[in-house]
Design a protein around this ligand. Sequence first.
Ligand SMILES: Nc1ncnc2c1ncn2[C@@H]1O[C@H](COP(=O)(O)OP(=O)(O)OP(=O)(O)O)[C@@H](O)[C@H]1O
Ligand SMILES: [Mg+2]
Length: 205
Amino acid sequence: MIVVVGNLKGGTGKSTTVFNLALWHAHHKGDGAVCDLDPQATLRDAIDVRNEEEFEPRLDVRAKLPTRKSGPILVDVGMWDTPAMRAALRRADRVLIPVAPSQADVWSTQRFLEIVADATKGKKSPALYAFISRADTHPGSRENEEAAEALGSIPGLNLLDSRLSQRIAFRRSFSEGLAVFELEPSGKAASELSALAQEVFGASA
Ligand SMILES: Nc1ncnc2c1ncn2[C@@H]1O[C@H](COP(=O)(O)OP(=O)(O)OP(=O)(O)O)[C@@H](O)[C@H]1O
Ligand SMILES: [Mg+2]
């Protein structure tokens, strides 16, 4: 199964999501592969840190999509509309879109969906999922619900119930080459990630 994680907006948590979901799958199901198609190579950098520290399980990062699929492959396509992004979208079984809670992010999600439709023209469309990433933890904030409402009204897009909130644990763990549930197994970030993984991998996990 190929899961492309994308969005035209920068900094929404694409690389963080790919890294944590792949490690969740590696821990729970024994395999998990990632592919970094983003010229920024942030994902590759985090995995280099992990592998230098010799944390287990090791995660190998590919620069190209493999020709044959086995277990799930999480693909970080970055935020640029590149031929590599479009090629990955054509191969995708699922597209997962982390969306920060703002109107600008909802607009860029709509634009990204147009690219997905264009790239997969004449093919069966991949299943399209979005979730609120870097959700506002401030009590009383309306941003999360407003973004969720706007995303929920986009035809063909499945809005997941799970959210990843804006939490220091996500930033710290990533820079140390660890998944959030490895750094703080009983933290709130770990339970958010676990809920997201179960929704994303669904029956195939
Ligand atoms: N849920 C979160 N809580 C706190 N910080 C986060 C969260 N998700 C991501 N970050 C931080 O925000 C920054 C951007 O995250 P990340 O690199 O995953 O985003 P991206 O969408 O891949 O960015 P780009 O578009 O540049 O590739 C990083 O410093 C990361 O640690
Ligand atoms: Mg990135």
